[in-house]
Design a protein around this ligand. Structure first.
Ligand code: ZN
Length: 235
């Protein structure tokens, strides 16, 4: 672990971690917003358009084509950052992981107290009868997945135009407000509600870890630029 960060981690038993897409990058999951040269040859719409509430209902088949190709990484494994955060929680130092990711890798690494602001690909439900389905149901077929009742199955992932789960958001605000040290990692803080949530922090140290500068750098106690797995280190 970075030595300046280690000092804060050693002194605190009330760490909270807030993370974004960069945390899963080192597990081979790219940020879905990143589009390469081939993107427009394969897709006729922007990621934000395809992952929106209206698009899901108006073009369900195309939604699932994109979703399976760009959002699901069933073979991805937790990396050093996930493992260190799980380790710190097991040690009683880290209280909560708040994540914008939907891949479930924090839980796969052993974290228990995880607040998933944007939901999870591992949870899906029938839009007609509410029956829950796992990720296997989505992975096992092509086209639109249907419930045994005939209803369309929808991922429990917050789409554009949809609101966040208020309970999860409230818990995240509370955790940040009560934190002694807040570590923000792998997020450029441009995505709602990330930037707003940081305003609730009143603890001793704000640590920002990211590959590129973020709007929070100016108010941070410590800014560490680089790969988060290397900076946090392995457990
Ligand atoms: Zn159903």
């Amino acid at each position: 672990m970075d030595s300046a960060l280690k000092k804060w981690v050693n002194e605190s038993d009330n760490l909270v971690f807030f993370g974004g897409a960069g945390v899963s990058c080192e597990s081979g999951i790219p940020d879905f917003r990143s589009t390469d040269g081939l993107y427009h040859q394969t897709w006729n719409h922007s990621p934000e358009e395809i992952l929106s509430h209206h698009f899901f209902w108006e073009n369900t088949e195309e939604f699932y084509r994109f979703y399976r190709a760009k959002m699901l990484y069933p073979d991805a494994q937790p990396n050093a950052a996930h493992r260190m955060l799980a380790h710190l929680e097991a040690q009683g130092k880290l209280r909560v992981v708040i994540t914008q990711n939907i891949d479930g890798l924090h839980q796969a690494a052993g974290s228990r107290n995880v607040l998933e602001l944007h939901g999870s690909v591992h949870r899906n439900h029938c839009t007609k009868c509410g029956k829950p389905y796992g990720l296997e149901t989505i992975l096992s077929g092509d086209g639109v997945p249907y419930c045994t009742c005939g209803g369309v199955i929808k991922p429990d992932v917050v789409l554009y135009e949809e609101s966040l789960d208020q309970q999860v958001l409230t818990k995240a605000m509370r955790a940040i407000a009560q934190a002694d040290v807040l570590i923000v990692g792998g997020t450029s803080l441009n995505v709602y509600p990330a930037a707003g949530l940081l305003r609730y922090f009143g603890g001793r140290a704000l640590v920002v870890i990211n590959k590129t500068p973020t709007p929070a750098d100016k108010g941070a106690t410590l800014v560490l630029q680089g790969e988060i797995g290397k900076i946090l280190g392995d457990a």
